[in-house]
Design a protein around this ligand. Sequence first.
Ligand code: COA
Length: 275
Amino acid sequence: MTAQEQQPGISARGTLQFVAVERAGHVATVTIQRPDKLNALNPAVLGELTAAFRDLLAPAEGNEVRAAVLTGAGKAFVAGADIAEMAAMNSIAAKRFADAGHRLGDLIETAPFPVIAAVNGFALGGGCELALACDFIYAAEGAKLGQPEVNLGVIPGFGGTQRLLRRVGPGRARELIYSGDMITAEQALSIGLVNAVFPATELLARARDTALKIASRGPLAVAAAKRVLLRGESLDLAAANELEAQAFAALFGSDDQQLGMKAFLAKSQAAFIGK
Ligand code: COA
């Protein structure tokens, strides 16, 4: 990790216009910054977010990212895919756009560190889908979430049909997607779409506190848990349990497993090294 990469708004690929990245130890905060359009996702914003997350994945001896927070600047997390740009798309351009959204979602979902969505305001359409690609969601009081695509004559295209289904179950997902209704942060909490709701002024600090806590745990173990939780979802129970047993066993012999267990037995706190 170079000094340049640690500055907000600078990636290995050059200056970012719509995304700021801050690093504090092992925790990264990624902020989407297109507030005049409520952080709507156009190809440029999607490209910058993808570049920013790829940078966070780059190997960095001793300075690797162990947890990240994704949030938005201004009154929205993301108010959706950019409708002005989508209005002019044909099916070929729309497929390319959906593929770019899926690439970003897959990158976040398969990153070896957890990503917490800090939903500070509107998380609609592609914004809700982006939050769903994160490991879990914290929301601010007053935030609104939803999949309003049917109001525009389309359906979610960045993974919403599948990830919402898996997060809140088939009945709730169908109701939200067919109605296009926005729900409050509290309603989202009640159906398990968000994990917690905080006053807006506290949201980012609470998300970073959780990220910091996760970053203090064994990074290989957290990464293995993330991998098993994700892959296990699409396997039958026996195969998923076998995957878990193999991942559990593979951690034995790592420095972190030795450090963690020795520290417990010595009644001290392990300083994990990620090896
Ligand atoms: N795509 C493109 N531009 C968007 C946008 C989107 N998804 N969401 C908001 N904007 C733009 C608005 O066009 C407006 O631009 P302008 O100032 O140049 O006119 C600006 O962001 C502010 O939005 P505005 O609608 O004035 O804010 P509001 O507080 O009155 O309403 C929302 C907020 C979120 C209810 C409203 O913007 C909205 O419904 N957005 C679209 C949500 C949606 O359908 N998303 C799914 C897309 S697949």
